[in-house]
Ligand binder design. Structure first.
Ligand SMILES: Nc1ncnc2c1ncn2[C@@H]1O[C@H](COP(=O)(O)OP(=O)(O)OP(=O)(O)O)[C@@H](O)[C@H]1O
Ligand SMILES: O=P(O)(O)OC[C@H]1O[C@H](OP(=O)(O)OP(=O)(O)O)[C@H](O)[C@@H]1O
Ligand SMILES: O=C(O)c1cccnc1
Length: 488
């Protein structure tokens, strides 16, 4: 077994092939060539009509700490086998690239650039893996959370997923993403501490089992806590749990805030209606019914259709693990590279699968909205020098089916990619988490509800500008010419 070293940096949180490519670039003298890479995903997750972008805060922290520590270098030299001269090169590495990104909480779509890294080839290559790792997960969970929020209306949503999350980091960053996407609180106390997300919770079956009796357990809890939500399904919800919760609530009177009861099993539509009757009859009309047990947007929507009397939803496993689609599939593709004369040359990745052909050139994404009501017209992916704000009328067309097109007038155009780092220095002030959450809420509000519905939403237009489209077609054409004449 090889020796192990302390985990004191995230710089090696990358795939080995990145370092191998970096070595090649360096030994061949092209490591400082300027390149541009862009992050995008090809398909929206969960068949949803939009995604909520998340992950920027962690990305900023990762970039700010990006340098090879002595233990990183020791490992690369002694265990991976890189030579001393390359190790010295890595020791002197300093991140100097420019990063542009959409901001957290932004509503985003497939096939548009979300992050752009522009700078020395070595910098661009080193950060690919971590950027994708962070953004793929956090965006996925924020989107899942927004789907769940969209079916619960104004009910309260509690995040309960830590115990089922894919390890500690996923619990913490997933909880943060869930909060951005519309959850109100988390059971994870550490997330409360480090992000300021309201931490909240009820109690488990263990409390009742410890007393082997609903009444004793609830009473013990009530004499040690002001806010009380009793878990009523340990033995028999309707015959024991709820009657004992009511008994304790009456006995304690104003000494406690009897917030309600939680049910965690059984037919939750039927049981919640009976529980509601029992609480109402006892005079606890304001006491709420909490529910948990493998919930997701589909079950919640169905329970609501059945008239379930639940108004606080605890959601764990299916949110934090993105159970029905565990990966987002965002990719990082080179769109331009400096040529021999120091000019930027646009590059493409051609695939036999048409949907995998990348769009060359440094781009900007413009969100086009109607001036009159602020509602969305679509996104307009243009080459970086174009500015639709200077246009009277915008010609927007589907990038594949170009006969689907429209002319848009009286619009506003908002650039989505913002400078986050310029030449390695952070220039963007991170907003607070509550600002991000509010921003996500507002952005979703400005989207037509046809794009927001969780079942079979309309496809939101993400169009290419004419210049961007023509550029792509020309590059594809040139490459085919080169292949046919044996130059590639
Ligand atoms: N009325 C309902 N309509 C649709 N789905 C429901 C309804 N009531 C409960 N469910 C869901 O059905 C599933 C029932 O799962 P399961 O059989 O594991 O629960 P249980 O046996 O009641 O409790 P436990 O988790 O303790 O085993 C859960 O995902 C729950 O959210
Ligand atoms: O169901 P989730 O959406 O993941 O929500 C979290 C679950 O965690 C707790 O259960 P516990 O760990 O005690 O397991 P159990 O209820 O399945 O027995 C709680 O009672 C919820 O059922
Ligand atoms: O507070 C709760 O009720 C809770 C917390 C974590 C998991 N399940 C439930």
């Amino acid at each position: 077994m090889k020796k192990t070293l302390p985990d004191d940096s995230y710089t090696l949180h990358t795939d080995l092939y990145q370092l191998n490519m970096i070595e090649t670039y360096w030994r061949k003298g092209i490591d400082q060539k300027k390149a541009i890479f862009e992050v995008f995903f090809r398909d929206l997750p969960f068949d949803n009509g939009y995604a909520i972008f998340a992950g920027l805060e962690r990305l900023v922290s990762y970039i700010n700490k990006l340098k090879f520590t002595e233990t990183d270098l020791e490992y690369l030299r002694d265990e991976v086998g890189y030579k001393d001269d390359f190790i010295d090169y890595l020791r002197n590495f300093k991140f100097t690239a420019t990063i542009r990104s959409v901001v957290e909480g932004e509503v985003v779509f497939n096939k548009e650039p979300l992050i752009q890294v522009e700078g020395p080839l070595v910098d661009c290559q080193l950060v690919e893996t971590a950027i994708l790792n962070i953004v793929n997960y956090q965006t996925l969970i924020a989107t899942k959370a927004a789907r769940i929020r969209s079916v619960v209306g104004n009910d309260a949503l509690m995040e309960f997923g830590t115990r089922r999350a894919q390890e500690l980091d996923a619990a913490i960053w997933g909880t943060r993403a869930a909060y951005i996407g519309g959850f109100d609180a988390t059971s994870n106390v550490r997330a409360g501490k480090i992000f300021g997300i309201p931490a909240s919770g009820t109690h488990a079956h263990a409390l009742v089992q410890a007393y082997r009796n609903d009444y004793e357990a609830f009473k013990a809890y009530a004499t040690t806590h002001k806010d009380c939500v009793f878990l009523v399904d340990t033995y028999d919800t309707l015959k024991s749990g709820v009657p004992n919760a009511i008994r304790v609530a009456k006995e304690m009177g104003d000494k406690i805030n009897f917030l309600g009861v939680r049910i965690d099993s059984g037919d939750m539509a039927y049981i919640s209606k009976r529980v509601r009757e029992q609480l109402d009859e006892a005079g606890f009309k304001d006491a709420k019914i909490y529910a948990s047990n493998d919930l997701d947007e589909k079950t919640i929507m169905n329970l609501k259709m059945q008239g379930a009397k639940i108004s606080v939803w605890g959601v764990g496993t299916k949110l934090i693990t993105a159970y029905d689609q565990p990966a987002l599939g965002a990719v990082y593709k080179m769109v331009a590279i400096e040529d021999e004369n120091g000019e930027m040359e646009d590059t493409i990745k051609i695939s036999s699968n048409a949907s995998k052909v990348s769009t060359p050139g440094r781009k900007q994404v413009w969100r086009i909205n109607k001036k009159a009501d602020g509602k969305s017209e679509g996104d307009y992916v243009a080459l970086w020098y174009e500015d639709p704000r200077n246009e009277e009328e915008l010609y927007m067309f589907h990038p594949q089916y170009t006969y689907i097109n429209k002319k848009v007038k009286d619009f506003t155009a908002r650039p989505l990619l913002k400078d986050i780092f310029v030449d390695g220095e952070q220039v963007y002030d991170l907003p607070s988490l509550n600002e991000i959450k509010q921003y996500a809420h507002e952005r979703l509000d400005s989207l037509w509800e046809e794009y927001r519905r969780e079942l079979n939403p309309q496809e939101y237009p993400v169009d290419l500008s004419k210049d961007c489209y023509d550029n792509k077609m020309k590059i594809i054409h040139d490459i085919h010419e080169k292949i046919n004449s044996g130059k590639i």
